[in-house]
Design a protein around this ligand. Structure first.
Ligand code: SAH
Length: 376
């Protein structure tokens, strides 16, 4: 059943500025915004009636025009390695996926920015299912809101709440710039989640003009999905490269550090057997970073490919990945191998499909698989 659309303002998606505007429009003082943000995000409250430092008449005034309306959890599952996935059903019936990855010293939430994706990267299952729409800022921040609430109730499974957010779920966040940035404002806001700018990372396939825009508008950390050391190969793996080739992309990365307090741009490099994982590719990468003068400003994350049905690609074997890392490190590149998490519940990088309504049968098949696994 699709929930009826409400005309009320959803307070969940308002950043501090928008919340202040809301209260001023109601004839109230702007400091009310901070109180409301704290109730909604810090305390995870959804009942306006329970905001006890607002007078009864103010609460009535708010309820008449606004609500706190998060999407519902369609189902959720936990992998043997502790990774937890929520499939979240939006008001139009579309589903998105959010993944929590607990580690010894931190807990990372992987957040989606769009329903599906237009970029169609050849190795990513999200791209293969098509695109439906951008998420609203409320739907983006709701993923952190839901995770925070549900993890705090679920101490048995996870004793650590969300300390890091990566915009690495479904979609290309820079193609939904305004809503993503507004949601990230809330992640950083001390009245809400208070995450440090180093612990909120936006990952992009390389939308160069929006990277420059992001640098002006937000303080968050940046990750770039590179995946190939030359334009010829990157044009195939990441078709967006035809529009913004490597030289332009590297220049945008370099520009991102103009402010001294930004430390690194993370370069993501997926390891595809026999495609981009050979020693010569590693050497080409070093040359690219040297030529573009970014060598000291980047750190490379090697990501073992996560297979999905009907893909033509395979994961590189461990020895090949280790060799690739050694070559990069010998070239003075800071490089780590990303541990694959959540595979058993299709929650690993590139396996998030959610459900784009009435799109492909493949997405439905995968959805059913998750449902079945949930029942096991
Ligand atoms: N559109 C953004 C964010 C989403 S993808 C971007 O491209 O950066 C998040 C990361 O997972 C990206 O580095 C992406 O390339 C990687 N990824 C996609 N499919 C994958 C797969 N099948 N296996 C491993 N990593 C994958």
């Amino acid at each position: 059943m699709i929930a009826p659309k409400s005309d009320k303002i959803n307070l969940l998606g308002l950043n501090r500025q928008a919340m202040q505007d809301f209260f001023v429009a109601l004839g109230e003082k702007s400091y009310r915004a901070e109180q409301a943000l704290k109730w909604i995000h810090f305390h995870g409250m959804r009942e306006i009636e329970m905001m006890t430092n607002f007078s009864k008449s103010l609460r009535e005034k708010i309820v008449a025009v606004a609500e706190i309306n998060p999407p519902e959890i369609a189902f959720e599952s936990t992998a043997p390695d502790g990774t937890h996935k929520w499939v979240i059903k939006l008001k139009d019936g579309n589903c998105i996926e959010t993944v929590f990855i607990p580690e010894k010293t931190r807990g990372t939430l992987c957040v989606s920015s769009q329903v599906g994706c237009v970029l169609n990267c050849d190795f990513c299952s999200t791209g293969k299912q098509g695109f439906s729409r951008n998420l609203e800022s409320a739907e983006i921040i709701a993923q952190l809101w839901i995770a925070t609430r549900s993890l705090s109730h679920n101490k048995a499974i996870h004793d650590r709440a969300v300390t890091n957010v990566v915009m690495m779920g479904m979609g290309e966040p820079l193609l939904n710039f305004d809503n993503v940035v507004r949601a990230m404002d809330l992640m950083l806001d001390d009245f809400c989640y208070g995450l440090s700018k180093r612990r909120v990372t936006l990952s992009t396939a390389g939308l160069v003009p929006a990277m420059y825009q992001l640098r002006e508008r937000s303080d968050v950390s940046l990750a770039v999905s590179l995946h190939a050391p030359n334009d010829e190969l990157r044009n195939i793996l990441v078709p967006l490269n035809k529009k913004y080739p490597l030289k332009e992309l590297m220049r945008a990365c370099k520009d991102y550090f103009k402010d001294a307090n930004r430390r690194y741009v993370t370069i993501e490099y997926i390891m595809l057997a026999g495609i981009n994982d050979q020693p010569d590719h590693a050497r080409q990468l070093i040359k690219l970073f040297k030529d573009e003068d970014v060598l000291s400003k980047i750190k490379v994350n090697l990501i073992p490919f996560n297979p999905f049905p009907n893909t033509i690609y395979q994961r590189s074997d461990q020895a090949t990945i280790d060799r690739f890392q050694e070559i990069l490190m010998a070239g003075n590149i800071n490089c780590i191998i990303r541990k694959t998490r959540g595979e058993k519940i299709d929650a690993a990088c590139g396996q998030l499909v959610g459900q784009v309504r009435d799109r492909t049968r493949r997405a439905e098949r995968l959805q059913k698989k998750v449902l079945l696994q949930d029942k096991l």
